[in-house]
Design a protein around this ligand. Structure first.
Ligand code: GDP
Length: 182
């Protein structure tokens, strides 16, 4: 007899990467999807769309991950980029205070383009460069809380916190999807 409790719940989510140029968005995706890292700036060479399946408890979520491919520098992210997004990974570089200050502008843009339809995870990347840190974890956590977002820290270079970040965002998207279908 099939075990009803073993039946998986399946989801498909669109996740968009946002944040200033050079904070490590493409590197996070490359590490998460292919477990690779490059010291080169990737935005212009990286494919702008990748998929990966994440398993959480009894759920299977297929993530369609959209990267900016460098277009954020030209303010050229059009409505197609945002449309239908379930989650946002909003990245800054912990060694670059300016990239954190700009997170506020990105949050405004997300709220304008997506309203409350998408879950936001703010990511402080490059924690392997702790000696050069310009943004404290506490400042970032307090800010994220005021925006109803999660905050996590990563290093694409050292493969720290990346699966945790994508899994935390996936959990939030699953909760969101369930809340909005019941
Ligand atoms: P994007 O423009 O936001 O997509 O940034 P990239 O992924 O192209 O990364 C910009 C630069 O930062 C590249 O030289 C990467 O090698 C470097 N980088 C990305 N993540 C990390 C990290 O976690 N630690 C360090 N030290 N460098 C990183």
């Amino acid at each position: 007899m099939p075990d009803a409790t073993a039946e998986q719940k399946q989801f498909k989510f669109k996740v968009v990467l946002l944040g200033e140029g050079c904070v490590g968005k493409s590197s996070l995706v490359l590490r998460f999807v292919e477990n690779k890292f490059s010291s080169r700036h990737l935005s212009t060479i990286q494919a702008s769309f990748q998929s990966k399946t994440v398993h959480i408890d009894d759920c299977k979520a297929e993530l369609h991950i959209w990267d900016t491919a460098g277009q954020e520098k030209y303010h050229a992210l059009g409505p197609i980029y945002y449309r239908g997004s379930n989650g946002v990974l909003l990245v800054f570089d912990i060694t670059d205070r300016r990239s954190f200050e700009k997170v506020k502008n990105w949050v405004l843009e997300i709220k304008t383009c997506l309203g409350k339809t998408a879950e936001i995870l703010i990511v402080g990347n490059k924690i392997d460069l702790e000696d050069e840190r310009q943004v404290s974890r506490q400042d970032a956590e307090v800010y994220a809380e005021t925006e109803g977002a999660l905050y996590m820290e990563t290093s694409a270079q050292e493969n720290m916190g990346i699966s945790d970040a994508f899994e935390a965002l996936t959990s939030k998207m699953i909760d969101h999807a369930r809340t909005n279908t019941t």
